[in-house]
Ligand binder design. Structure first.
Ligand code: OAA
Ligand code: MG
Length: 394
């Protein structure tokens, strides 16, 4: 088994939207193509990219992680089942990297890790969800994954009626649960901002027949404890699906305090990039394994090799994989959700194309989506994404 070549490119995923913390006007992604040759001489190309929220990582890729990956070959890349084992490549990529301070390094490794899993499944001739079920889940895969429509972003001139229209489009596409941004009313004092958010939430709840369990709200880490508690008290009666990233993602003690005062589900984790950071959240964040939602995104957090460690850590602490609903809305996490029995996956029906979204011929029905039966992650069945990969890599 050997790595024949690794190519990378930087592509835009810019759009005019904003959450409570950043706008996406200059967002980029790294894309990679990794060609692998198996013992019999068969070659496949795996593709990877980083999901939204972090930028492309050409420097880290070209200076450290691609050269190390190219130096890896032989038994280190072979799984017990005879196929490609991305764990061996992962160990080689992380050689001479100190622990802690994960930063953007976890994004660069995650991009390559995604491509290696795509290649592993292609070499095995099966979809990634099936490879994962067979290797790690006793052969059990879910029939479909629960997905929810994430959107409700701020953009200039967007009013409440447009927000409700957007959410209606998601319901028309087959989603039953939607997510909207809060905490970002531009330039507004906190009290007025909360009143404005409550108006936006109530309008969307009107569309959902008043059913709070079909609506999640996302603060993107904008609040301090005081604002998070004030907002929590206002949200409590709605019984929302979840209250997401109300606080700084690394401030675990403050999450624990909030959890003492807000009984409905909290969600966080999209900005934690290693098993160790996830473990600190579990140890110190006061989250509740019977209701809270963990959103670690393998594409940003050292890939699936690390995500498998995170799932092991969660089991050790009494958390089911069903509590995990990864951030990022990409096919990689959707395969993981189906193959390893997660709680579901995020979806962005109108933003972050072409990296968000799933295979073209797999519509959402009653909030669930099935997987295509195609070797690899399934990028070849997603026209807009495959066009970008073909343009960059031929
Ligand atoms: O707006 C973003 O940064 C994306 C996000 O939080 C999410 O998908 O939950
Ligand atoms: Mg979020």
């Amino acid at each position: 088994m050997r790595i024949v070549s690794v190519r990378d490119a930087v592509v835009p995923i810019a759009s005019a939207i904003a959450n409570a913390y950043i706008d996406f006007s200059r967002m980029t992604a790294s894309v990679v193509a990794v060609e692998v040759e198996a013992a019999g001489g068969r070659r496949v190309t795996g593709y990877g990219f980083n999901s939204n929220g972090r930028y492309a990582q050409p420097g880290l890729l070209r200076e450290r992680f691609i050269p190390r990956l190219l130096e890896t070959s032989g038994d280190a890349l072979v799984h017990a089942d005879g196929g490609l084992d991305p764990a061996g490549a992962w160990a080689a990529m992380m050689r001479n990297e100190k622990p802690g301070g994960h930063g953007d390094r976890s994004v660069a490794v995650g991009v390559l890790d995604m491509a290696l899993w795509d290649a592993a499944a292609k070499l095995a001739g099966v979809p990634l969800w099936k490879l994962l079920a067979d290797r790690y889940n006793g052969g059990r895969a879910d029939e479909a994954a629960w997905v929810y429509a994430a959107g409700g972003y701020y953009y200039p001139g967007k009013d409440v009626a447009q927000l409700v229209e957007e959410m209606r489009r998601y319901l028309d596409l087959g989603y039953t649960t939607v997510k909207m941004k809060i905490g970002g009313a531009p330039g507004t004092p906190p009290k007025e901002a909360l009143a404005e958010d409550l108006r936006r939430i109530e309008a969307v709840l009107g569309l959902l027949g008043g059913d709070g369990s079909r609506l999640a709200v996302d603060v993107n880490g904008r609040f301090g404890l005081h604002t998070a508690l004030v907002c929590a008290a206002a949200l409590q009666p709605f019984g929302l699906r979840w209250y997401e990233e109300p606080l700084d993602p690394l401030d675990y003690a403050t999450h624990a305090t909030l959890a003492e005062h807000y009984a409905p589900p909290l969600a966080t984790g999209e900005n934690l990039f290693s098993m160790q950071d996830a473990r600190n959240l579990i140890r110190h964040g006061g989250l509740r394994p019977d209701r809270d939602v963990l959103q670690f995104d393998p594409a940003l957090a050292y890939g699936l090799v690390e995500y498998l460690r995170t799932l092991d850590m969660l089991r050790l602490h009494g958390w089911s994989p069903r509590r995990c609903v990864p951030h990022g809305g990409h096919q990689f996490a959707l395969n993981i959700a189906v193959g390893l029995g997660l709680g579901g996956n995020e979806s962005y029906p109108e933003v972050f194309a072409p990296f968000g979204g799933f295979a073209d011929a797999t519509p959402v029905a009653e909030g669930r989506i099935r997987m295509p039966d195609l070797p690899g992650i399934g990028f070849e069945a997603k026209g807009d994404l495959y066009a970008v990969l073909r343009r960059e890599f031929g």
